[in-house]
Design a protein around this ligand. Sequence first.
Ligand SMILES: [Zn+2]
Length: 65
Amino acid sequence: MPAKTCKYCNAPLKRDWIALNKKLISPELNEFICISCLADDLDCEVEDLEIKIEEFKEQGCTLFK
Ligand SMILES: [Zn+2]
C-alpha cells in the first residue's frame, strides 16, 4: 500500500491516524487527514485524540490493528 498523506497539509500519515479518521468520521473514507488537522477540525487537542486512540485500542477496535 502506498504511503498516504494528509489531505490538508501533506504530512505522512500513521496507521493509527488513518484508523482514527475512519472511526471518528466515516469507515468509507478514502482521503485522510493527520492528527493535528483532525484536532483542528474537531476543535480539540492532539493529546485528546492520542488518548482516544489508546482507548479504542484497549476496547479492541478492529480498525486499530
Ligand atoms: Zn494535516
